[in-house]
Design a protein around this ligand. Structure first.
Ligand SMILES: [Zn+2]
Length: 508
């Protein structure tokens, strides 16, 4: 005798269909699971035995073999408990019918309660692509799974709800499709509270508009963290596709809130300088996404940049450049996207006052150099906008005029991003920071005097080709914020002013 039900496996972000086949033959009672199961899948035997016992079902009376196909792919995790049990129940005639368009996903507790699994949305999307129309899974995964369009999702608390429903058609109802409302400005601190700091705010607006990496350097108390904390309040809206991508990564990491399962605003991940490279870029034997991937489509914030282990910072280079990270393991390699805007903050020296006109730096020249050199040139090269943050001037504080609100800034950022979306339609490019060298000349059309200014800066400042491209991309964003098709002289001048740190601090 033989039975078959559908399920879905997961490795990293990669979800793939799995067919669970069960057969029983005469002989000494035994229960085997084959088809490259890992330890967690092997352990499901004990859980399934317990659940069948609880339900009073004698389905393991002969030689029972369960095969997870395709046998060539490793099966990891506890999501096969439910489909294996369903295959056995089908085999034993406890449930009847055809389940060709149905998939089962879920872990079982010993009493038959269904426990949620990580990566539900990705698994249901993969099921949809493979002709599945109906999915049964744990109730805590149902809302997240319902985001997949056109799928009939049934969330259950206990396995008997599923068997009752399959026998009698009662007890369960399809989960209504979850479409969250936009919650963009919720809980974010506002730029209206930040007096002065006009230059810094302009730089942050530009970074947000083009998704450019940003470095803020300044003495302690100058407001770097205060400014960084407000960046989420001006980021462009996350699109539905981006929301799905980011949610899938958070789901794989087990970071989804079952009642609000979709990530509906761009993530802002603040990472401590004690982070390991695995914590930052991902890893582990079953590779988990790191902070840089959890920040996908949003902001990765690194405070106290020189305090990070230099080797850890170096691991960021490739992912920042490619917008994607590949983690290779014996069991296979996993790709996690990481298209982020990196925001970093740092003091200029150990005491913090190097370059501060108001306080004296007590560090030796050697200490200052050693501190700055913790950030390597290749890492600096990947930061389009680098600005100095000064303590607020007394006059700005005394003014007491309310500063511009985040909502007003966000509106300009959104307009600039809409222009970019239109320009890069049909390509992989989402923002100006990702302009590739083959199209840079085409999309960055300079007005004649802007071209001259850039050439003069190139000669005078001895810019590298890479720095030249970066200034050009930032100029493009300045022009988009201005609603200008051509890049004008004022845009180039602004972009150059966002690159002054290199010369003042690193290349003194
Ligand atoms: Zn100092």
């Amino acid at each position: 005798m033989f039975s078959k039900v559908n399920s879905v496996g997961l490795f990293g972000l990669n979800a793939f269909p799995v067919t669970v086949e069960a057969s029983i033959s005469a002989g000494q009672p035994s229960f085997d699971i084959v088809g490259m199961p890992d330890v967690a899948v092997q352990e499901s035997k004990a859980r399934i035995r317990a659940v069948l016992g609880q339900l009073g079902l004698k389905l393991l009376g002969g030689k029972v073999t369960v095969n997870l196909a395709p046998a060539s792919v490793k099966k990891i995790g506890s999501m096969f408990d439910l489909p294996i049990t369903m295959a056995l129940m089908l085999l034993g005639g406890v449930v009847e019918g055809s389940f060709d368009d149905t998939a089962f996903i879920g872990e079982l507790s010993l009493d038959g309660t269904l426990a949620p699994v990580n990566g539900a949305l990705g698994m249901v999307l993969a099921a949809a692509q493979n002709g599945i129309k109906r999915v049964f899974l744990p109730i805590d995964n149902a809302k997240e799974a319902s985001v997949a369009e056109g799928m009939e999702i049934y969330g259950a608390e206990h396995i008997t709800q599923i068997t009752d429903f399959l026998q009698n058609g009662t007890g369960l109802a399809p989960e209504p499709r979850y479409i969250p409302s936009e919650r963009r400005y919720r809980n974010f601190e506002d730029f209206a509270d930040v007096m002065g700091q006009y230059g810094a705010k302009k730089a942050i607006e530009t970074a947000a508009a083009g998704s450019h990496n940003l470095l803020m350097l300044g003495p302690p108390g100058s407001g770097k963290s205060m400014l960084a904390k407000r960046i989420p309040s001006i980021l462009p809206r996350i699109t539905f596709e981006e929301s799905i991508e980011t949610t899938q990564i958070h789901s794989v990491a087990g970071l989804i809130n079952p009642s609000e399962p979709l990530i509906t605003s761009r993530p802002f991940r603040a990472v401590s300088h004690t982070a390991s490279s695995v914590g930052l870029v991902g890893g582990g034997s079953v590779p988990r996404p790191g902070e840089i991937s959890l920040a996908h489509n949003g902001v990765l914030f690194l405070d106290e940049l020189p305090e990070f282990d230099r080797r850890v910072l170096e691991t960021l280079r490739q992912p920042l450049e490619n917008g994607e990270i590949t983690i290779s393991r014996a069991s296979g390699s996993v790709n996690y996207p990481c298209d982020v805007m990196m925001v970093a903050a740092m003091n200029p020296c150990p005491c913090g006052n190097f370059g501060n006109p108001l306080k004296k730096c007590t560090c030796s020249e050697k200490q200052v150099s050693a501190y700055l050199n913790k950030i390597s040139q290749p890492v600096l090269d990947r930061i389009d906008i680098q600005i100095e943050i000064r303590p607020v001037k007394y006059d700005d504080l005394a003014e007491r005029k309310p500063a511009e609100s985040s909502a007003a800034i966000a509106e300009r950022v959104q307009r600039a991003r809409d222009i970019q979306a239109e320009r890069y339609k049909g390509t992989d490019i989402k923002s100006n920071s990702r302009i590739t060298s083959d199209i840079i000349a085409e999309v960055c059309n300079l007005a004649p005097d802007a071209r001259e200014m850039l050439k003069a800066a190139f000669d005078k400042l001895g810019l590298s080709a890479r720095a030249y491209d970066r200034i050009l991309k930032v100029s493009r964003t300045c022009a988009d914020l201005d609603g200008s098709a051509d890049i004008l002289k004022s845009h180039v001048s602004q972009a150059i002013s966002f690159r002054s740190l290199d010369r003042k601090y690193w290349n003194r």
